[in-house]
Structures are given as structure tokens and as C-alpha cells.
Write a protein that binds this ligand. Structure first.
Ligand SMILES: [Mn+2]
Length: 196
């Protein structure tokens, strides 16, 4: 059974195509026009071992907000689609990933209910290339809303903005990978309700 998702989303602001295979090998093909965001999506696929395609053409003449937000919404929807009825998945997972002086701690429940708890150092550099560092929380909010997962992301310490953001995407990748993996002892849907 292949666990793949494909979402096309077109508005007056952006045109997005996302494809994800949860059981991939980390093959990534992303282009959003926002270099650092591409670098983060690359982390997500590579460390999640997802095969991931994200192609976005957005209104970058305004700024990168719509491009980043709509890509993340489509990615969340594709991830949700790929999970299907969630039969046999691990469901809960956590991952801690350091990047030099920064640490990210991510905990996830593929619960069917969207909820984000997020904290990171407040005094980060405002921009990384054309990436506005206040967008990280918005990326996570957008992903969570569509993926319908509970996601807790914390960076208790870190100094370099590039490191602070990148360790979050690496830890998110690992947590999503472990939570979405098939548990060989789990024959049903991992919920006492019988549905997720
Ligand atoms: Mn980097």
C-alpha cells in the first residue's frame, strides 16, 4: 500500500504543487523561490526520509509571505492525505536535534486535531536571506492546521538564526518520520476511539 499525497493549490497569490511519499528515501525536489525555505524543506524530506516535491510560484514581488504560507498549507494537506486512515502507524513521537549551539525539541501526535505549541529565542536576527524569521511559527501553524496534528516545538536555547530555524525543521522531520512509521505490532488504528 503506497502512502502518498498530492495537492495542487492555486489562488491569485500563489500556485503550489506538493507530492509526498511517506515511505521514501529522502529524495527531494523543491523550488519556492525563497532560498532558505527551500533549504528547510530539503531538511524535512531528507531527515524524514520522505520523497518530497514542492513547486511554488508565488507573488514574491510583494514579499515571501504568501509563497511560504501556501506551500506549508499544501504540504500539511498532502501529509494528511498520505497518512490515509492511519492504520498501523506509531502515532506519537519525539525528536531532539542540536545544530551546534542550538537545540530543537519536537513532540508530535498524529491525532486528527490541530494544535501547535511553539517557543524559540525571541531576539533572533529578523532575516535569513529573503526568509523572515517570524515566518517559522506561521509555517508550523499552517502545516498543523492542514495536517491535523498536535505539534510541540521548542528551542530552549540557541544564538544563530540559521541554526535556530534549521534545527527545528530537522527535529520536525525526525519526529514526523517516527510517528508516521508503520508499527509491526499495531494491526489497527492506534486510538481507543477507533479513528484518528
Ligand atoms: Mn543550513
Amino acid at each position: 500500500m503506497s502512502r502518498v499525497g498530492r495537492v495542487e493549490r492555486t489562488t491569485k497569490e500563489t500556485s503550489v504543487v506538493v507530492e509526498i511519499d511517506l515511505d521514501g528515501t529522502g529524495k527531494v525536489d523543491v523550488s519556492t523561490g525563497v532560498g532558505f525555505y527551500d533549504h528547510m524543506l530539503d531538511q524535512l524530506g531528507r531527515h524524514g526520509l520522505f520523497d518530497l516535491t514542492v513547486k511554488t510560484e508565488g507573488d514574491l514581488h510583494i514579499d515571501s509571505h504568501h509563497t511560504i504560507e501556501d506551500s506549508s498549507l499544501a504540504l500539511g494537506a498532502a501529509f494528511r492525505q498520505a497518512l490515509g486512515d492511519k492504520r498501523g502507524i506509531v502515532r506519537f513521537a519525539n525528536a531532539s536535534v542540536p545544530l551546534d549551539e542550538s537545540l530543537a525539541q519536537v513532540t508530535v501526535d498524529l491525532s486528527g486535531r490541530p494544535y501547535l505549541v511553539h517557543s524559540e529565542p525571541e531576539n533572533m536576527a529578523p532575516m535569513i536571506g529573503s526568509y523572515d524569521t517570524t515566518m517559522t511559527r506561521h509555517i508550523l501553524e499552517s502545516f498543523v492546521a492542514q495536517a491535523q496534528i498536535a505539534l510541540h516545538v521548542h528551542v530552549p536555547y540557541g544564538r544563530n538564526a540559521h541554526h535556530i530555524v534549521e534545527c527545528q525543521f530537522k527535529a520536525l522531520a525526525r519526529a514526523l518520520r517516527y510517528a508516521s512509521e508503520i508499527d509491526p505490532r499495531q494491526t489497527g488504528i492506534p486510538s481507543t476511539k477507533g479513528a484518528l
